[in-house]
Design a protein around this ligand. Structure first.
Ligand code: ADP
Length: 230
């Protein structure tokens, strides 16, 4: 659950969010809109990656401005460019890093329990055979699966996906779609792949920093198509 109350934000005096208010409680929420309409900036306020100039964001009952670390631990993020999210040389090390308590770097390999969990998660995301291979040599679909694995292993209560399929081919788009559909937690998906939202509960359409439509996908997507064609 995320509650936005009159959220404003500017970059260099240029308003990017103009008084966004919404209660986001549904399990599957899409956010769509033209490039530059403010979707990513809005999503980044959900866990304090962006602190708005004005207004409040309450995530899971916590004021993000004051409880940023607590919120961050419970809100996972996935981005279009999975490469930028992979910080360790191999998939196994990358997932293991997510399992470590914040700020602690252990010497040597992960211990037994961590190694077992890492193996389990990599297998779940089809990466068992690549556990110790160079992560940067994975295909873009495999990199997105690794980013998924590394985020989900932390068991976030909310997963925010900022265009997770933009760089993927159709097969991998479908794979990400089915992965998202299987998740129990709340998912907020920013995307230009509009058909991914068919079975979503709610879709927000953004235009020039404001939410200009908010409703079921069967109404929101046609609204956005019309807006884009204007
Ligand atoms: P969207 O996700 O809908 O494409 P963004 O929130 O990424 O929109 O961007 C909204 C506007 O803010 C764009 O014009 C973008 O160039 C600008 N912007 C985004 N991030 C920054 C930043 N860190 N510094 C300056 N301008 C930014």
């Amino acid at each position: 659950m995320i509650v936005l109350d009159d959220v404003w934000h500017s970059y260099d005096d240029r308003p990017v969010l103009r008084g966004v208010s919404a209660e986001l409680s549904e399990r599957r929420i899409g956010i769509i809109g033209a490039n530059g309409s403010g979707k990513s900036t809005l999503a980044r306020t959900f866990n304090g990656l962006v602190v708005p100039d004005r207004g409040t964001v309450e995530t899971l009952g916590l004021d993000v401005r004051r409880k940023r670390a607590e919120v961050r631990a419970q809100v996972g993020f996935m981005f279009a460019d999975a490469s930028a999210q992979i910080v360790m040389p191999t998939p196994a090390e990358d997932v293991a890093l997510s399992l470590r308590p914040r700020g602690r770097r252990r010497r040597g390999g992960p211990d037994g329990a961590v190694a077992a969990r890492v193996a389990e998660v990599l297998a779940e995301f089809g990466l068992a055979d690549h556990a110790d291979a160079p992560a940067q040599l994975l295909s873009s679909g495999q990199k997105q699966m690794l980013a998924f694995a590394s985020v989900l292993v932390t068991e976030p209560k909310i997963l925010v996906c900022d265009e997770p399929t933009t760089l993927l081919d159709l097969r991998n788009v479908l794979l990400v779609r089915s992965r998202l559909a299987a998740l129990e937690q709340q998912v907020i998906l920013l995307t230009h792949h509009l058909d991914m939202l068919d079975d979503f509960d709610r879709v927000l359409v953004m235009d020039d920093g404001a939410v200009v439509f908010d409703g079921p996908p069967a109404e929101a997507v046609p609204f956005y198509r019309e807006l884009a064609a204007r």
